[in-house]
Design a protein around this ligand. Sequence first.
Ligand code: TNX
Length: 535
Amino acid sequence: AIGFFCFVSCSNTSTVSENAKVAFESVIPKPVSSSITNKAFTFSKETSIVVSDNAETLAIANEFAQFIKRASGLEVPVTTTKGEEATSHAIYLTVGGDDQQLGNEGYEVTITEERIHAKANSPAGIFYAVQTLRQMLPPAVEGKTQRNTKLEIVTGVVKDYPLYGWRGSMLDVARHFFSVEDVKRYIDLISYYKMNVLHLHLSDDQGWRIEIKSWPKLTEVGGSTQVGGGKGGFYTQDQYKDIVAYAKSRFVTIVPEIDMPGHINAALASYAELNAGPPIKREAGANESPVQASQEVKPKPVAGQLYTGIEVGFSTLHLKKDATFKFVNDVIRELAEITPGQYLHIGGDEAAVTKKEDYIQFINRFKEIVSANGKKMIGWEEVAQGEIDSTTIVQYWHSEKYAKQAVDKGAKIIFSPSTKTYLDMQYDSTSRIGLHWAAYIEADSAYIWDPARLVEGISKDQILGVEAPLWTETVVTMDDIEYLVFPRLPGVAEIGWSQQTVRNWDEYRNRVARHQERWKAMDIDYYQSPKIPAA
Ligand code: TNX
């Protein structure tokens, strides 16, 4: 009888708030399947975390315990299972099992009043289960300061795994430099939405951002400035390793890019021997980019001198110079040595002043050098012109022709359509920063597309996944980053993770609306899109 009356009025652990139910239903990316049973797991002094005996899982658990402590004041002990039955009110994080469907990154989490049990085949899956649980807690838990929030999660079951293995973002640290702390924050933000790749655009005409010990002037000179003439900066190899390790703890692979043979002016300005001699006369070429096409005529930049403007396509390496391949070999070798991930990105875009025959030879040589260093080559779509094969990955940004050429040669594609995923595009003509050569991209436009239907003839098994680049010609501060990245990036993350059949803008817009409270708590300077209900 008591049970019956409690159904109406008792405040026991099973009474669950409307907000908690809404949070359960608002996870981004949307899980493959979930069912809610409307009771509650309430965190208390009895709560502990019990993990299977594995260092990575233990690290995830310890971090989650600290997070819970900051949010609620509760001390949550973390213990490992070594066979024995554990406590009653626990969060179990268990690696192991035989659910093939979960793959390497999936998870299943069951929430009852007594316990939460997350299972996965790998620590990555456990990490993603924890991100899901974080999103099911009240938004206030994301605040930086110690709080005493009551923590409850609605009971139910979530089974989840990604559609694509490559869910990434690119940060251009060359046009404007961003500190190690900024990059770590960026990693936090993308991994909260289950993205697993951070592509760092480490060199361009305006700046060289990674220490290369055999060519020190690259950073001394080439790293000394940035767009607008500010002081620039660079990462020492130790700082880069620190970024890589931090990313790894969040299951993010760092993909470093050195952009060649164009976009190379910072190197040309650092070492005279890389230059052709007198400044190159610029001619319109097959690789002319839409960025140039949309720019007004200004005095042309001079290759070989430090450059702080935003024009593209005026610099190139020289195929026949003795120094060129010594430089390329040294750079790729040193970068490979400090990069545990399997990929190196060689750029290859907009080489407007490289002769087409030379360009193809460059790409072929880059490919050999990258593979001699034990890595897989990634390049922007133009590299499809080279002798590439199934070991190469091609990053589409706007040319169907190159994308098809790439898959015909057996390469896999990463989709970064500039009209959808370019985070540096303005939302509309009033956006305070951003470019608009590809499109104005509102939150709905960034969400409404399907990689498997983007280019006719390219289907899911040829697609590695999606990546949202943030070029930073107009992006100077972390607030600027956040303004362009939110709300669009969570949508790209969902495109990469969630089954196409569960995605639909009218439902998503309400779900993403509820994340705005979380962004406020995280101090994210997001853009209030008119397409999304305000928080
Ligand atoms: C094109 S798309 C570029 C970048 C610019 C960007 C600006 C591509 C591979 N290259 O060099 O920063 O446009 O939106």
